[in-house]
Design a binder for this molecule. Structure first.
Ligand code: ADE
Length: 419
């Protein structure tokens, strides 16, 4: 049996069926997988992937394997693993998986190190914990690595900070920055899956609630549209004047977090920053306020302060913890402050992950072909790859578009013609 550490291998059958269900919505990745099977662009390449272990990730892992890679997978969050998927990847796909839903921090890092035992030549990360562990604790393995890819906004920010410090030891492609990734996955994926997570965890009616969203980046924009669609009164808090202005003109109320704290029913953080919901906010909140996070790390809500302010804590439903403050007020924290869409629901729907993971697969192929020409920096996804994914997705959706006429092409290159 292939090396692994999963919750229960007997869940493999259920996982296989769910992977099959998700794959139906991933036509672009399927096309890439079929080409990879024939061309083997990743032949003999050892890859370590640190991603949310979901049905969609399973299709990506199978695609990389079809391309000839040897893959080890670990979780990119302690609470996002789908244990049946992990089991199926080991039993049915022959992929090494080290991931258990609910694992503690020590196990989480042990699992990252287990994936690194493969001595990867390519890393595939979501949040940069794999890259950071490699650079901090496993430096002897760095000499094997030719390049990597990064899935998410938070990871790209961390990696750019590493590059700016001169710490980054190999080139990385920021998959997140592709249009076919963040415009769809971050916006429509986070929008839908965050509402899904909140609703599954609480079963609360969203209509008529005061829904406070911290941040107005692509993920927050997606949550705002969907919360509004459910009939909530949506309030945005921001630190960036441009985003605050955009939120205002998109029809949302914008106000400081302290003002929003007094009136919110449900709070969602999507900023990528720490202590966005702080001690002051908890003190101002109404009895019964619900708080969750949809950003990558569980740092956006100051949980330590919430604990210190509380005289009692109890689990009241799956993914819902009740904190009773010393003044008697109750505050509900969802999913331990970890990304609610993956903790209490199943993450983004397959149809958007199709494009995100098509980017991952094609960028891995690009890296194998081009790593020698690249510096130890964070690179954008080549425009050719981004456009090709959009073209394939449209084709799969049966949508046709127009092409420029020769006259239009000429006009776009000219400057003489005006009014
Ligand atoms: N990130 C958000 N949703 C995801 C999913 N369904 N699979 C993998 N990574 C994700």
């Amino acid at each position: 049996m292939i090396k692994h550490d999963v919750k229960d291998i007997s869940l493999a059958k259920k996982g296989k069926l769910r992977i099959e269900w998700a794959a139906r919505e991933m036509p672009v990745l399927k096309i890439i997988s079929e080409r990879f099977r024939k061309e083997k662009p990743l032949k003999g390449i050892r890859m370590a992937a640190c991603l949310h272990v979901t049905t969609e990730t399973a299709s990506l892992m199978e695609t990389l394997k079809a391309g000839g890679a040897e893959v080890a997978l670990c979780a990119s969050n302690p609470l996002s693993t789908q244990d049946d998927v992990a089991a199926s990847l080991v039993r049915n796909s022959g992929i090494s998986v080290f991931a258990i839903k609910g694992e503690d921090t020590k196990t989480y890092y042990r699992h990252i190190k287990s994936a690194l035992l493969l001595k990867p030549q390519i890393t595939m990360d979501d949040g940069a914990d794999l890259v950071s562990t490699l650079h901090k604790d496993e430096r002897s393995l760095l000499r094997n690595v030719i390049g990597g890819t990064e899935e998410t906004t938070t990871g790209v920010i961390r990696l750019k900070a590493m590059a700016a410090d001169g710490a980054l030891q190999y080139p990385i492609i920021a998959v997140n920055d592709a249009y076919t990734k963040h415009l769809f996955d971050n916006r429509y994926g986070t929008g839908q899956s965050t509402m899904d997570g909140i609703i599954r965890a609480t079963n609360r009616l969203i209509a008529g609630s005061v829904f406070v969203i911290c941040g107005y980046g692509w993920c927050a924009r997606g949550v705002a549209i969907r919360a509004k669609g459910h009939g909530a009164r949506v309030i945005i808090t921001e630190i960036d004047p441009l985003r605050a202005l955009e939120a205002t003109m998109d029809g949302y109320e914008v106000m400081p977090i302290t003002d929003a704290s007094r009136i919110g029913d449900i709070f969602v953080t999507a900023t990528g920053n720490i202590n966005v919901i702080s001690k002051t906010c908890f003190q101002l909140m109404k009895d019964g306020a619900i708080i969750c996070n949809t950003g990558h790390f569980n740092v956006e809500v100051d949980i330590e302060s919430l604990k210190k302010l509380s005289k009692a804590k109890r689990a009241i439903r799956d993914y819902v913890e009740e904190f009773t403050l010393r003044n008697g007020k109750r505050i509900y924290l969802l999913g331990e402050g970890r990304l609610i869409n993956l903790a209490a629901a199943e993450g983004h729907p397959s149809a958007v992950m199709d494009m995100s993971f098509a980017n991952q697969a094609l960028c891995a192929e690009f890296m194998v072909k081009n790593a020698k020409k690249l510096e130890n920096k964070v690179y954008s996804v080549p425009e050719k790859i981004d456009k090709e994914i959009a073209r394939l997705k449209l084709k799969a959706m049966g949508i046709k578009i127009d092409t420029l006429t020769p006259g239009q092409k000429k006009y776009l290159k000219s400057w003489e013609m005006g009014t």
